[in-house]
Each structure stands twice: as C-alpha cells, then as structure tokens.
Design a protein around this ligand. Structure first.
Ligand SMILES: *Cc1c(COP(=O)(O)O)cnc(C)c1O
Length: 355
C-alpha cells in the first residue's frame, strides 16, 4: 500500500503561508544584522543571547542524525515531545470532525492535547498484560480517524509493545501511527526509526527528557518522512527551540558516554528497588518494565500515596487508572532515594495497616 499524506492534512494547513523571518532569506553567520530588532549591544547576562536562534536547528540536527542514524531532513525538534503531539493534532485533525485512537492505560498528554484541540478520542484498552488489541483497534477506525498513538515502552505500565502488532497497524491503517519511544534508551528493543523507509505513515517520537537527564531544557524529537517533517516545520512557532537549549544539547551529545553510564546505573537501581519490594509480602504485583520506573500493585494504594506525601516522598498515583487499579508508579531514584522510599513504605504499612 502506497501511503499518501496529502488527503490526511487539514485543507487550510495545506494552503498555509508560513511565517518567514529575514534569516530564512540570508543564512550566513557573518554580516550586519539589522533585520530582527535585536539588541545590538548583547545581553544583560554574562553570556550573550541577543540573537534569535536557528529556527531549523540545523547544527543540532546534524549531530542528532549521526547518533540516531536518521537523515536531518527526517528529524523534527520540538519544545518537548508535547509540542510535536500538539502540532500533529493541529496539522491533521479537524476539530469536532476527526478522531484519534488511544490505547489506555497510556501517556496522558495524548488525550489532553486531543481535548485542547476539540478532537474526539476513541479508546481501545490494552490487554491485561498491556499489549495491543489490533483487531479491535482497526475496527474502531472510521473515515475520520487520523492518528493512532502507541507508546512503547508504555507509560505507565513500562512494558514494550509487541513489534508485530505495531507493524500490522502501520500496514493496515491508512492514517498516522505515532510510536512514542520516550523510554527506548532503557529498553533492549531497537527503535522503530529503522522502519521509516518502509512506512510513510510512521512517526517515531523520542525525547532528551529521560535517559539524557535534560527534562528542563524541553527537547523532543520526531522522526518521520520528509514530507511530514516539512508539515510540522511549516506550522511550528518559528523559534521553538531556544538558543540555550540548542547549544547545551549540542555539547551534551559530545558527552554521550555519560548517557550510557547513567542509564546502566538507573537500570541497576531499578533491580535494587524491585528486589527490596519483592521482600515485602504485602506487595501484590511488580510489573516487569523496560523503563526507568516500576508499576507496583499494593493494598490501599491511594491511602499509601497520601501517607508517602506526608513523608515528603512523591510517587505517581495511578490507582484510578483503567488496568492499573491499586497501582503506584515509582520512578527509579538514586540509592538513597530508593532506600528512603522503601523505608517510608514499610513504616506506613506497619503503622497504618499492622502489616
Ligand atoms: C516523559 C514522556 C515524554 C516526554 O515528554 P517531553 O515533552 O519530551 O518531556 C513523552 N512521552 C511519554 C510517554 C513520556 O512518558
């Protein structure tokens, strides 16, 4: 099946005249720049930030291209992955008309972004072991279904989704399949970026927020066909990635060994945390994860969550979420943080529940 993106696009986006800055016309670095109403003297800070940054982040994309083995023209950078999610709705989903398919329990931003954009969400739950139900997903598709959001490894369950199920959606769904790989660095699963050449309807998302430890900088990546990247670039705010972020991540990429080291440390700490939890016989289930968190089923989860906050230990309460009943999601911390959590948990069960 040859995939054609054009019919999916909202008509007014196809005809949109995007913002052009004077720097689109002159891309040299040398010159007398009197085009952008910048401050010619510099900045009030020690380092200068007075010039607008590269709107297409070409230097940074060249480096990302090398580490991800994807050509720069197939890379979009957003102010967090959340920006890419929002732009997809704005490019493809007509409010009040189109719909997207979500696979709960999953990352909450897909639904929030859909709601902000007044786009219907159709929910096809995962199975008990958090895998896709491809037949049901495909049955939920109609002529107005534009996007299916798949998250692998999934948040909050942490498991990887079966590759063949995603391939089947790519083959049989005539719309966009987003594969959110925010946690791919913690998994042994190869990225879906290797499938970009085969499937024009695939968009893979990754982020610098987790394994790279750069959540505060807000840098998300989307990998897709050239045509798709062009669309996202046309509708994004022109300077969506700050100069400071571009510089900092460019430097961070030269330090990539540290990512592998931190990732290994986090995975080792996950094993420690899991081992400690397994010793507590009131823990009902520790879901196996391929991410930097654990999903744990425990008695009286909401109560325990509140008590943990009293101890200034903050975890994520997922106990009201479909298929995650009585579950808390615990991000892996440092050894001392993990110990503090375990200690507080034991105290709560002893004091409140006599366990
Ligand atoms: C954390 C996370 C992200 C990252 O979002 P950013 O906006 O890049 O920080 C994306 N998707 C999922 C599923 C996540 O859990």
């Amino acid at each position: 099946m040859k995939f054609d993106l054009d019919p999916l696009l909202r008509p007014h986006i196809a005809n949109l005249q995007p913002y052009t800055s004077a720097r689109d016309e002159y891309t040299g670095k040398e010159g007398v720049f009197l085009d952008a109403n910048e401050n010619p003297y510099g900045s009030i800070t020690d380092q200068d930030y007075n010039r607008y940054p590269d709107p297409y982040q070409l230097e940074l994309k060249a480096e990302i291209a090398k580490i991800k083995d994807v050509k720069p023209s197939h890379i979009f950078l957003g102010n967090g992955s959340d920006e890419a999610i929002d732009l997809l709705f704005r490019a493809f989903c007509n409010p009040g008309i189109d719909n997207v398919i979500l696979l709960p329990p999953t990352y909450g931003m897909y639904e929030v972004s859909a709601n902000i954009n007044d786009v219907e969400t159709r929910k096809v739950p995962l199975t008990e072991d958090f895998q896709l139900q491809p037949d049901k997903i495909l049955a939920a598709v109609d002529a107005h279904t534009k996007i299916i959001f798949v998250c692998s490894p999934n948040n909050p369950s942490g498991n990887k989704v079966k590759r063949n199920d995603i391939i089947r959606l790519l083959q049989e769904f005539n719309g966009l399949v987003v594969v959110d790989e925010a946690y791919i660095d913690f998994s042994d699963e190869p990225s879906f970026t290797t499938e970009l050449g085969k499937y024009g309807n695939l968009l893979v998302m990754q982020t610098f927020s987790k394994a790279w430890g750069l959540a505060s900088l807000r840098l998300g990546m989307a990998f897709a066909s050239k045509k798709m990247i062009k669309i996202l670039n046309r509708i994004k705010p022109p300077y969506n990635i700050s100069g400071l972020t571009q510089e900092t991540v460019l430097a961070a990429i030269q330090n990539q060994d540290k990512v592998a080291k931190m990732t290994q440390d986090i995975l080792a700490e996950k094993d420690f945390l899991q081992g400690e939890l397994e010793k507590l016989d009131y823990i009902q289930k520790i879901h196996p994860t391929h991410a930097n968190f654990l999903l744990v089923k425990i008695p009286n989860a909401s109560h325990v969550y509140d008590d943990l906050i009293e101890e200034k230990i903050i975890v994520r309460n997922r106990s009201k979420v479909q298929l995650c009943e009585d579950c808390l999601r615990i991000s892996v911390g440092t050894r001392s943080e993990n110990e503090a959590f375990i200690q507080a948990l034991k105290k709560i069960y002893t004091e409140s529940f006599n366990l």
